[in-house]
Design a protein around this ligand. Structure first.
Ligand code: DX5
Ligand code: ZN
Length: 219
């Protein structure tokens, strides 16, 4: 059963000189969650922001902080992101030796736990942790940068995950990250996605409310 659609703008595409204003603007424009991409220049070839920035932004909004960790190892930093105000912490299976343990620990910290599949990472790599996750995120670009071209090759993976989630009766959000636009969104939703991250397609537009509505398919 697909749940109501969630739109999570990615702050990576915002104006970094005005992060607080940008976050308030997308909240007013109808965003559901705020997606925060944390990059270490090692797991992915780019560096963004860390827990100190999250902590500074936390009092400015009621939106859940949907934290996408692209760092390795991830384990030493889970406490810091929970303390900084993360509501969801999503990790890649490749970012530590014990995915099962890391997911358990994220929940122990009081956060929702997410697992993220790179384009080359198979569905099978997460089938034995479905009881430990609240979110499965499919990367429809290679992680590291905003504004990349959507990978059509990942659509069958989305459909396969939708079948696995429904067959197991799991209450798991099926989230997409990368190249989400008003054109790709309907195809993702048709494949079974219920949560869409969008960086460029929101922050790259002059009217954030119009951009979010366009992705929802309501404008
Ligand atoms: C990429 C990040 C994405 C990125 C998406 O590594 O995980 O969240 O911000 O950007 P767009 O929506 O521009 O593809
Ligand atoms: Zn992301």
């Amino acid at each position: 059963m697909t749940q109501p659609l969630i739109i999570a703008p990615s702050l990576l595409a915002a104006n970094f000189a005005r992060l607080g204003d940008e976050l308030s603007a997308v909240e007013a424009a109808g965003a559901d969650w705020l997606h925060l991409d944390v990059m270490d220049g090692h797991f992915v070839p780019n560096i963004s922001y860390g827990p100190l920035v999250l902590k500074a932004l936390r009092p400015l909004t009621k939106m859940p902080f949907d934290v996408h960790l692209m760092i390795a190892p991830c384990d030493p930093y889970l406490d810091a992101f929970a303390e900084a105000g993360a509501d969801h912490i999503s990790i890649h299976p490749e970012s530590g030796p014990h995915l099962h343990r890391s997911l358990q620990y994220i929940r122990k910290l009081g956060c929702k736990a997410g697992v993220v599949l790179n384009p080359a990472t198979p569905v099978e790599s997460i089938l034995w942790v479905l009881d430990l996750v609240d979110i499965i995120m499919v990367m429809t670009v290679n992680p590291g940068f905003g504004g990349q071209a959507f990978l059509d090759s990942q659509l069958p993976k989305v459909a396969e995950l939708r079948r696995a989630i429904d067959a197991g009766g799991h209450k798991i959000r099926l989230q997409i990250d990368g190249g989400v636009t008003p054109e790709t969104a309907p195809r993702l939703i048709a494949a079974g996605a219920d949560t869409l991250v969008a960086g460029t397609a929101v922050f790259g537009k002059p009217d954030y409310a119009h951009a979010i509505s366009a992705i929802r398919g309501t404008k």
